[in-house]
Design a protein around this ligand. Structure first.
Ligand code: 4AD
Ligand code: MG
Length: 429
């Protein structure tokens, strides 16, 4: 069996392919089948004159999503975007599809499509998005391997919160509560003392009450953590990672980006150095643009959208107010009301894709931050130990895979960037 993606090298030769029929039409004498085999899409053409009466009748019973094996000669077809078609000499129908396949080739509403996500995954658009997601995942591994990071798998069941308690999923763990991880960061902080530079990559959970185009309750996070790196070094690593990912997608997924009608020129302009601005400066800029944000406010989703629509490069926003950020972020030595953090915001209105910071490495300061956040120091004993035995300056960051996929693919909503989205309203399929 030949994969459709390899068809161009078989021009003029006989091949067999196996796949599904996504669309078809027949004139009675000639039949056009649109095929999909997972690796790509192509047209096959069958002439009635090449088959027996019975065979032709079987072929005429074909329907959308029937599975089929076909043999024939690969021919050029300049009218088709793929450039090739299969001239069918033999076929074998594996299974006809039920007639009530719910997704037709006309427009459907997004809710309907999300309800049929298990079938919607077969569409060209979803094929393009999830292949780009795959490239981003692999590029991430490749980047960290070449930079000397070790992958450390953080646990999913945890006894303490990482990102505050309001968005925690709690479950019964024998005779005590446990929480689903919101980020593997704290565990990576332990691991850098053994391995220097580490990353993890896995599902994380947020009991987000927000119904926005940016929020999922289960999503994939990659956390990276580095000993002897300050918050500036931290930004440089993020910048290199994002540029590396973009280069890979632009090289390997041209076809997918075209299917998505993504403006590739905009992505090509994304080059280092990224813009760096302090939270204070960004607040002034936003106020001038009409936002009512104050100096000590977190940036809301609307502020992020407004700001990032102005720029064609990602922006690091640094030194947020201490009060709006997590307990583990290191206080700015120049201004104790701020922390040495950065959020990386993607351009074109997409907003936050990465959150990162230098970590508080001082035992006493950390314990008082834990108390300020009304967290129980007892559950953080192991984490506090890291500040007792050879504490070092260190930094790290976490990216939201779906936010990056959404931006690079140019999607309107994060729900299409993950195979099976989980939101407040959605647990199925
Ligand atoms: O900014 P966050 O909350 O940072 C952390 O969890 C840190 N512990 C990471 C670290 O320093 N190792 O989340 C990191 C990223 C965000 O920038 C965003 O891209 C994504 O995770 N994210 C979400 N993506 C989808 N749905 C949600 N509900 C998300 N919440 C955060
Ligand atoms: Mg964040």
């Amino acid at each position: 069996m030949v994969s459709i993606k390899d068809i161009p090298s078989f021009l003029g030769k006989e091949v067999s392919i196996a796949g599904w029929v996504s669309n078809f039409r027949s004139s009675g004498k000639i039949m056009f089948l649109q095929l999909r085999d997972g690796s790509g899409f192509m047209q096959a053409v069958a002439q009635k004159s090449s088959f027996s009466e019975e065979e032709w009748l079987n072929l005429e019973k074909i329907n959308q999503e029937a599975s089929i094996e076909l043999t024939g000669i690969v021919k050029e077809n300049t009218r088709d975007t793929f450039g090739f078609e299969l001239s069918v000499s033999k076929f074998s129908i594996l299974n006809y599809s039920n007639e009530d396949y719910p997704i037709s080739n006309k427009d459907h509403g997004v809710d309907f499509l999300m309800d049929h996500r298990h079938l919607w995954l077969r569409s060209k658009r979803q094929w393009a998005i999830l292949r780009i997601r795959n490239t981003i995942i692999n590029a991430t591994y490749e980047f960290f391997n070449k930079e000397g990071f070790i992958k450390i798998d953080s646990p999913i069941l945890t006894g303490n919160a990482c990102e505050g308690t309001t968005e925690l999923f709690e479950l019964d763990y024998f005779d005590r509560p446990a929480y689903l991880s919101q980020s593997g960061q704290l565990y990576l902080e332990a691991a850098i003392f053994g391995f220097g530079k580490c990353f993890d990559f896995g599902p994380v959970f947020r009991a987000e009450k927000s119904k926005t185009r940016r929020h999922l309750t289960e999503f994939w996070m990659m956390d990276a953590e580095m000993a002897f790196h300050d918050y500036i070094d931290n930004m440089r690593v993020q910048e290199s990672l994002i540029c590396f990912i973009l280069e890979k997608v632009l090289k390997d997924n041209r076809n997918e980006l075209q299917i998505l009608e993504r403006n590739v020129e905009i992505l090509e302009k994304v080059k280092a150095p990224f813009i760096i601005k302090t939270h204070k400066d960004v607040v002034k800029e936003l106020q001038e643009m009409g936002s009512d944000i104050k100096e000590d406010d977190d940036m809301g989703a609307d502020d992020e959208t407004m700001l990032t629509k102005k720029y064609d490069k990602p922006i690091f926003v640094t030194k947020y107010p201490k009060t709006v950020k997590a307990f583990y972020m290191k206080e700015d030595p120049e201004d104790s009301s701020r922390v040495l953090c950065s959020d990386l915001l993607a351009p074109e209105g997409y907003g936050e894709i990465i959150g990162g910071s230098q970590r508080e490495d001082d035992y006493d300061k950390l314990i008082s931050r834990i108390k300020d956040h009304k967290l129980d120091p007892k559950t953080f004993e192991w984490y506090l130990d890291l500040r007792k035995y050879g504490s070092v300056p260190h930094s790290g960051f976490g990216y939201g895979l779906e936010r990056i996929v959404t931006w690079i693919c140019g999607l309107e909503h994060v729900r299409e960037s993950i195979p099976f989205a989980r939101t407040i309203q959605r647990l199925e399929p």
